[in-house]
Write a protein that binds this ligand. Structure first.
Ligand SMILES: Nc1ncnc2c1ncn2[C@@H]1O[C@H](COP(=O)(O)OP(=O)(O)OP(=O)(O)O)[C@@H](O)[C@H]1O
Ligand SMILES: [Mg+2]
Length: 401
């Protein structure tokens, strides 16, 4: 009997997916239930751009997976369509600052978008800035620059100042900013002047509850999967897990995607709570590692020093009644300063360092306890909650980019 070809059965149509793309996290759905208010507010803030005036600067914030990126992309796509259709002098540009993390990178990318036929590599910051004001002035154009994950911009105060100042130099036309962040303490860290320019209008994206996530998943599942494949129990469980963790729609969407892949691999044409349960671990891990790779660089350096000390068993000691893998915050700070220097970053003060530790704890990446009396005054004991080797690999890959 001839052996079965390795590709047998793979070229055929999926029994599970109708359109797999639509249940992937980067797909922007047409409808975004439970975000009507935020979308309307964005539209109102942007409407001045339609008449060549400056739109309000908007600051969007909320925890991960609450629809900030999806709503922004949706509104900007609608705006773009309207601008094209009516031949208006307005332009929307979306950037993720994870990839463009400095004033220079942001402005040169914006200007490149304005002059697609020219090449701006290697030009000075001031030349790029002039090109931006020149473009808006000549075309009497209102530009809207959406900066997603804006907390990643290293010289954000300078960037926001430059964009604000551009409005004084552009005679007709304007520049406005949509800033997006999921870092809860980020706004407090800004220079007061940056804060007041950036936050002319603020939009909060609260976490979704289980009921809302169920509705969101039902709609997305209908687009992505064949009829009758996804059982209600699967949707209920995925929504419940995501609501319990953080009200994050990305987790919910990924659980269903992964559950679909598991069903497909196992040759089943049904997705039940069993497949969702199986998907849970891999999704949770993936989400944590994605989160780690998008932390601000300084926090990554702090986390990397903890991972390294844990792996090298340096400074780790077994205290009475304590588990293994415990570090002193002072030792971490020393290691952090060394690592920061090796990446040519200047280390933050101890106060910020403590704040970073607090945030890393809030994200569930580590746990801390006060050392109690007798042990070096008020030092803290810190323990990593994740596999240190995986953390090190993820971070080194990110930091060496
Ligand atoms: N109201 C909604 N309806 C349908 N899908 C949604 C909704 N809100 C979010 N999603 C989906 O959830 C996923 C995460 O949303 P999004 O990327 O917008 O989150 P975010 O707030 O930008 O998170 P982060 O802060 O991590 O960048 C995406 O796949 C998105 O399409
Ligand atoms: Mg986002």
């Amino acid at each position: 009997m001839a052996e079965q070809n390795l590709f047998e059965g793979l070229a055929g149509e999926s029994r599970v997916f109708k359109n797999r793309e639509k249940i992937t996290p980067h797909y922007t759905p047409e409808k975004l239930p439970f975000r009507e208010k935020q979308i309307n507010e964005m539209v109102l803030a942007l409407k001045s751009a339609l008449t060549g005036q400056k739109a309000d600067n908007i600051f969007l914030y909320g925890k991960t997976g609450t629809g900030k990126t999806a709503c922004t992309r949706h509104v900007l796509a609608q705006l773009d369509e309207f601008i094209q259709k009516n031949g208006l002098a307005a332009k929307a540009i979306y950037l993720n600052c994870r990839n463009y993390n400095s004033k220079y990178k942001v402005l040169s990318t914006v200007v490149q978008d304005m002059y697609p036929d020219k090449d701006f590599i290697g030009y000075s910051g001031s030349f790029i800035y002039e090109k931006l004001t020149e473009f808006c002035s000549e075309k009497k154009l209102s530009a809207i620059i959406a900066l997603d994950e804006i907390d990643k911009v290293k010289d954000l105060d300078d960037l926001v100042y430059a964009l604000t100042r551009a409005n004084d130099e552009i005679k007709k036309g304007a520049v406005s900013v949509i800033g997006i962040s999921n870092m809860l303490t980020f706004k407090e860290r800004l220079d007061p002047r940056t804060k007041s320019s950036l936050c002319e209008k603020e939009l909060v994206f609260p976490p979704y509850n289980a009921q809302e996530l169920m509705k969101i998943l039902e709609a997305r599942a209908k687009e992505a999967f064949k009829e009758g494949v996804v059982m209600d129990s699967a949707i209920n469980l995925a929504a419940a897990i995501a609501a319990q963790e953080s009200g994050d729609a990305r987790t919910a969407v990924m659980l269903l995607l992964r559950a679909g892949e598991i069903a497909e691999k196992e040759g089943s044409a049904k997705i039940s709570d069993k497949e969702v349960e199986k998907a849970r671990k891999s999704v949770e891990e993936q989400i944590v590692f994605e989160m780690i790779s998008t932390l601000p660089e300084q926090q990554q350096l702090v986390l990397l020093s903890i991972a390294k000390l844990t792996i090298e068993k340096k400074g780790v000691r077994k205290l009475k009644g304590e588990e293994e893998g415990i570090l002193f915050s002072g030792e971490i700070f020393d290691e952090y300063k060394r690592i920061a220097a090796s990446y040519k970053e200047s280390p933050v003060s101890t106060r910020w360092f403590q704040q970073y530790i607090n945030e890393l704890e809030m994200y569930g990446l580590l746990s801390t306890t006060a050392s109690g009396k007798g042990l070096r005054g008020n030092t803290r004991l810190i323990k990593l909650s994740m596999d240190p080797k995986e953390i090190r690999t993820t971070l080194e890959k990110q930091l060496n980019q």
